[in-house]
Design a protein. Structure first.
Ligand code: PRX
Length: 648
């Protein structure tokens, strides 16, 4: 029997105590599909609304009239829902446990403290002129101020756009310009695995290319000297001195924007995915509660960075809306050593732990001892997100980390979906390693062929979602046409995920990976087109084609075929330069793992690069290249094979 056929039933005691067992899952799922208005009308009440909604779902995915509105006549404030409403009986409960990069540094922040700090932050932003609807770019490391900044924006109705602190100055500038934000919040430096990241320096560089930035608010983090420009740059600790610790939350319409988050697609520059207030928070909080079987008192830890959507929905908004204690970790899994995650679990008695397969695979490579010398008794539930988890890593996570006691929720979702879409509910769903299993409430997944024909039963195809859910993105910021074209044009009337998927006899979904030109490197989404345009921006490069290939730890690695302009040699030094060039253009996460200099790229007679062939060569599977007769210049393939970088 292969791993794929193994089934891990719900442990009896888990089912007994879980919020949702299988019977209830079936009943609620059916209700959510039969009558979405009634279902979401009821579940929207989990939030506190300053004006109760009377409308629930108002959605059209038609080409002519694409719009997505949920709870549209209701009003609420996200910061109020994540903080103020818990103050009555949970003021002294810990809201955020911050664990520093340095294992000797941590801090507990209660809801009462969080309230004061977020209010102060909001008042500082107001004093800087930030108003409702303004875009604020946040470029911060994993320090509590990142959460304060998000919640402060939400409190005053400003729209935050977080840029992952691993992105370069260049990438940051593009994102600042796209949403025209005039205020940036950053820190002097970030800290990861004892290495510092020059954030303020990057911001200084970025604003040279970003027009209209008036103010930069700088949090002192490492304390190392940075340059501050008078009139523009403001130290947070100075601005916050003596500032009022109360700030009235602004009543927002349910469909007012909450945040923009840039994500990569198969073409062009990253898109600003826009999420709004009411539906997003209903979705983030409800999925957090049910998927993680969250109960009051649980200590919950999601290891993501707030620069990604996982950090938005499952470090900050979902957990805090549920009054959970959420752990925020500044560091990396291997510093000071590969026991770090498990030491942190023991130190803070973490019950629910949510991470990415790439971290699991990296730790698996370091051996069991780093895990086994820790207790991990507090753990009750494990989660996985960001990419398909291979069954070997799943079983290691289950047996070695969870001591075969803790269910694993393999959660499939996307920046665009706002929250978890397909996932086990741990008290309801028997698990199969490598499968995201079944849809969450309200989600109607379908598999279609390339013509859009809906495939029934056990089959494989492209994954689409056939009806709206409250957490879905509302538009691409500033480009509604791109929203239509990207998600609703391939299969009219349906949301196209960009993922391939298999459904088995039990109706379980198995995500097989992207079917477009997006690759997933260590759980980070990367457009091959972005890496290509970074490469061709180099003086010596005339053409580049980038594909993914299977990588033991990262899931996918980045393989770049590069054609140099005439008269230049593809030396190992130049290959190194190109890697550094891409790091500077986009960020370290986009560094090519392999560079192959290619005198020519395989193209059709109409000039289209045949990526299928490049993928096969990168995978060292060139024996089965398929039909190459339509190529303009079939000989280039021989050279590519000859000089392939992944020879087994
Ligand atoms: O290909 C899927 C993969 O990650 C993509 C979404 O990336 P992003 O928007 O950056 O969001 C990542 C965090 C939600 C998806 O299109 N993906 C995400 N989770 C899984 C996954 N693939 C397989 N299994 C998952 N659990």
């Amino acid at each position: 029997m292969s791993n794929q056929d193994k089934i891990f039933p719900v442990p009896d005691d888990f089912a007994k105590n879980a919020l949702i067992d299988d019977t209830l899952y079936q009943k609620m799922y059916q209700a959510s599909i039969d009558d979405p208005d009634a279902f979401w009308g009821e579940h929207g009440k989990r939030l506190s609304w300053s004006k109760q909604y009377t409308k629930v779902k108002d959605v059209s995915w038609s080409k002519e009239n694409l719009h997505v509105n949920w709870f549209s006549d209701g009003e609420l404030n996200v910061s109020y829902n994540c903080i103020d409403r818990h103050l009555k009986d949970k003021a002294d409960q810990i809201a955020i446990i911050w664990e520093g990069d340095d294992p000797n540094k941590s801090e507990n922040i209660t809801f009462a403290q969080l309230h004061r700090r977020v209010c102060r932050f909001a008042n500082v932003l107001k004093s800087m002129g930030v108003q409702k609807g303004d875009r604020v770019t946040i470029y911060l490391p994993m320090i509590p101020e990142a959460a304060y900044a998000m919640l402060a924006c939400a409190r005053i109705g400003a729209i935050h756009s977080i840029v992952f602190a691993g992105f370069s100055a260049e990438a940051l500038a593009g994102r600042i310009n796209d949403c025209r934000s005039s205020v940036i919040i950053t820190a002097d430096e970030g800290l990861r695995g004892s290495k510092s990241v020059p954030l303020k320096k990057n911001v200084d560089e970025a604003v040279k290319h970003a027009l209209g930035v008036d103010k930069i608010l700088v949090v002192e983090n490492t304390g190392n000297p940075v340059s501050m420009k008078g009139g523009r740059d403001i130290w947070w600790h100075e601005a916050a001195t003596g500032v009022d610790e109360f700030c009235e939350p602004v009543a927002m319409k349910a469909e007012d924007p909450l945040f923009i988050l840039y994500t990569s697609g198969s073409t062009g520059q990253p898109k600003g995915v826009l999420h709004t207030t009411g539906g997003y928070l209903v979705w983030a909080s409800m999925t957090h509660e049910y998927v993680f079987d969250y109960k009051p008192g649980d200590i919950y830890w999601c290891t993501a960075d707030v620069g990604w959507v996982t950090g938005h929905s499952y470090i900050v908004y979902g957990p805090l809306a549920n009054a959970a204690t959420t752990l925020m970790f500044e560091g990396v899994p291997t510093y000071p050593d590969a026991s770090r995650f498990w030491n942190v679990v023991d130190k803070h008695k973490v019950n629910i732990f949510y991470t990415a397969p790439t971290a699991i695979r990296a730790l698996m490579g370091q051996g069991e001892d780093f895990v086994k010398k820790t207790s991990r008794k507090s753990l009750r539930l494990l989660g996985s997100v960001g990419e398909p988890i291979n069954p070997e890593a799943w079983e290691w996570y289950y047996k070695v980390v969870g001591d075969s006691r803790c269910p694993i929720v393999d959660t499939w979702w996307q920046t665009e979906t706002g929250g978890i879409m397909i996932s086990p509910l741990p008290g309801a769903t028997p698990l199969k390693p490598g499968s995201a299993t079944r849809p969450f409430f309200g989600i109607k997944p379908e598999l279609v062929d390339s013509e859009g024909v809906v495939l029934e039963g056990a089959t494989e195809g492209n994954l689409v979602i056939s009806d709206s859910w409250p957490g879905q993105m509302r538009t691409v910021y500033g480009d509604h046409q791109r929203f239509k074209d990207t998600y609703f044009s391939a299969y009219p009337g349906k949301y196209f995920t960009g993922d391939g998927c298999r459904r088995d006899e039990d109706g379980y979904y198995w995500i097989t990976g992207r079917v477009d030109d997006v690759i997933n490197v260590s759980g980070h989404r990367m457009g091959t087109a972005e890496v290509e345009s970074a490469l061709v921006a180099h003086d010596l490069v005339s053409e580049a084609a980038v594909v993914g290939y299977p990588h033991d730890v990262k899931g996918q690695g980045i393989y770049a075929y590069v054609t140099l302009s005439a008269g230049n040699d593809g030396t190992p030094e130049l290959a190194k330069d190109l890697v550094n060039w891409v790091r500077a253009e986009i960020g370290p996460i986009a560094s090519p793992d392999k560079i192959q200099f290619a005198p020519g790229l395989p193209k059709t007679r109409s000039g289209k690069i045949m990526r299928r062939i490049l993928r096969k060569i990168a995978e060292d599977e060139f024996s089965n290249l398929g039909d190459t007769s339509t190529l303009a210049d079939p000989e280039v393939v021989d050279d590519l094979i000859e000089n392939r970088q992944n020879k087994k």
